[in-house]
Design a protein around this ligand. Structure first.
Ligand SMILES: [Fe+2]
Length: 171
């Protein structure tokens, strides 16, 4: 059992879990890009892979002043999101729908990261860790812009899927 007594303990625990979440994400994003049918979507995942490395670097910069915990802190939330996506994507017969699922997973991840960084930023500000707060604020802004981009993809893909279905029915 991890002992959390002070707000700073919660803060550091959150940062380790974010670091693990980003590391898990870095391991799958290029696979997402390879699986994407749309070149534009593949490009979006590749760019997201690059920003994920930057997010990891920022977390490392903050965590550098703490010693690594004896028990590694894993992000069970990210693990769950990715496990669910793997099952769904494997079961998607239609290649077009696979893009839908990849985008839906990307959006779920973005929202999860936004929540995580938003809390970490609140803690950093409360603790007067100003330089940490600046790094976390930048990452949070990146996550929000990824989410907006994926939301646009989701809308376009959903409209396309309905269009294709309508055409198939009328043929
Ligand atoms: Fe990130």
């Amino acid at each position: 059992m991890i002992k959390l007594e002070l707000l700073e303990d919660l803060y550091v625990d959150r940062l380790y879990k974010l670091r693990d979440a980003e590391a898990q994400l870095a391991r799958v994003l290029l696979k997402f890009a390879q699986n994407a049918e749309s070149d534009e979507l593949a490009k979006c995942f590749e760019i997201h892979f690059g920003t994920t490395q930057t997010h990891l670097d920022r977390l490392e910069a903050i965590l550098g002043r703490y010693s690594d915990p004896l028990t590694p802190r894993t992000s069970k939330g990210m693990r769950g999101i990715l496990a669910e996506a793997k099952i769904l994507i494997a079961g998607a017969v239609d290649r077009g729908l696979r893009d839908e699922l990849l985008v839906a997973t990307g959006e779920t991840i973005a929202h999860y990261e936004i929540a995580g960084y938003s809390i970490a930023l609140t803690f950093a500000r409360a603790l007067h860790f100003h330089s940490d707060a600046e790094l976390l604020r930048r990452t949070l802004a990146d996550e929000r812009s990824v989410e907006r981009e994926l939301a646009r993809f989701a809308q376009a893909l959903a409209a396309e899927a309905v269009d294709d279905q309508d055409k198939a029915v009328s043929e």
